[in-house]
Design a binder for this molecule. Sequence first.
Ligand code: ATP
Ligand code: MG
Length: 419
Amino acid sequence: MSERLCLVHYHEIGLKGKNRSTFENQLVTNLNRALRGHGVSRIARISGYIVVETEDRSATPELARIIAKVPGVARVSLAYRTNLDEREYCRAAISVMREAGDFYTFKVHARRSSTAYPIHTLEMNQIVGAALCEAFPEKKVDVHHPDLQVVVHAVQGSAYVYAAYTRGVGGLPVGTAGKVVTLLSSGFDSPVATWMVGRRGAICVPIHFSGRPMTADTSEYLCQDVCEALAPSGCIGRLYVVPFGEHQREISLTVPQDLRIIMYRRVMVSVAERLARIEGAKALVTGESLGQVASQTLENIAAVDDAVSIPVLRPLIGSDKTEIMERAEQIGTAEISMQTAPDCCTLFMPRRPETHARLSAVLEAEALFDKDAMVDDLLRIMEYRDYDTCPSYHPPKSLRMRHEELLPGGYLPELDSRS
Ligand code: ATP
Ligand code: MG
């Protein structure tokens, strides 16, 4: 009797010494959440793997694909589990080979984690190899560069038998690297930037500035779609949306034209920084890449960073657009980002934006309006939507209770979801 399950491999976690069990437990927790509603009966750690068992004892490639999207997962194999009777694991090895598709050469790789099992791995290799050669006389053994490697691993009274694997996204389990606030537009870059820090274990709390009420709310729905697309990775906590239209108009009326964009950005990061304090997040994240557009120069980056004291991470700073687009395809946000929506940045665009802003000029322009009052106001009209896919995300109990002084009257309406 054999059953089919998913074997989850992780390597980076293995390097973390004493923290290892924390990381493994987090990965198990995250997998539990990601696989809710998929007929999973047990997720457990065994000897360097995580085993995912299903109620029908017959895990599918589809289940493996869902697991592969969870940060911290290096590889997923569909494996047979048998008892340690050699006839049983040889039969499973034959099934594995039969399902393996196109290959000509193979090799058997036996491993043994329980010393209680008396048969040595050399002998296991021979037993299984002989069974496979008999069942597949047209295939050849190649111990150096096989097309297919059949693994037979004896662990705690069972044998796990598998060959192929699905590559996982790698990285670290979400929840092991703290929390960040990510500035999310519906463009190609910021969804990828968000996913990248999420993959490194950060809980992401995206904030989006829309042009509402001066523009339609299309960009808000696109950002919700982006969050839905990223949700299977488990890195999205809660999406905040700030209707920025009125305030942008105010900026456009008071600030010199060439400095408008920088001013919008300074206000945006200032709101994000306050939100980070409310959420307990330790950094901001943007999707900028150096020189990608005229505004993403070192001078402008410095002029924006000057507005906040929290670190601003830019995971895409050295990436080319084609690399970013490829990643967007892979994580499922490209199709959403292809759709255009007017957001706050297309609103009140200057004809010739400053590309090398001088900080003194920026600060002079900023003195023309009450920025602090504007930030307060924007936090007050902010809305949100929760994504119940990140087990480590805990929303602030009430923005009002915890931050009365930050949010006078702190009322926060829940965002309409597109139905
Ligand atoms: P993206 O592809 O992410 O839209 P972009 O190439 O359009 O980026 P910019 O418009 O210069 O570049 O924006 C730079 C960064 O500023 C974005 O990656 C994002 O992090 C942030 N940002 C821009 N617009 C918004 C917005 N409306 N709401 C929140 N953050 C924004
Ligand atoms: Mg954009």
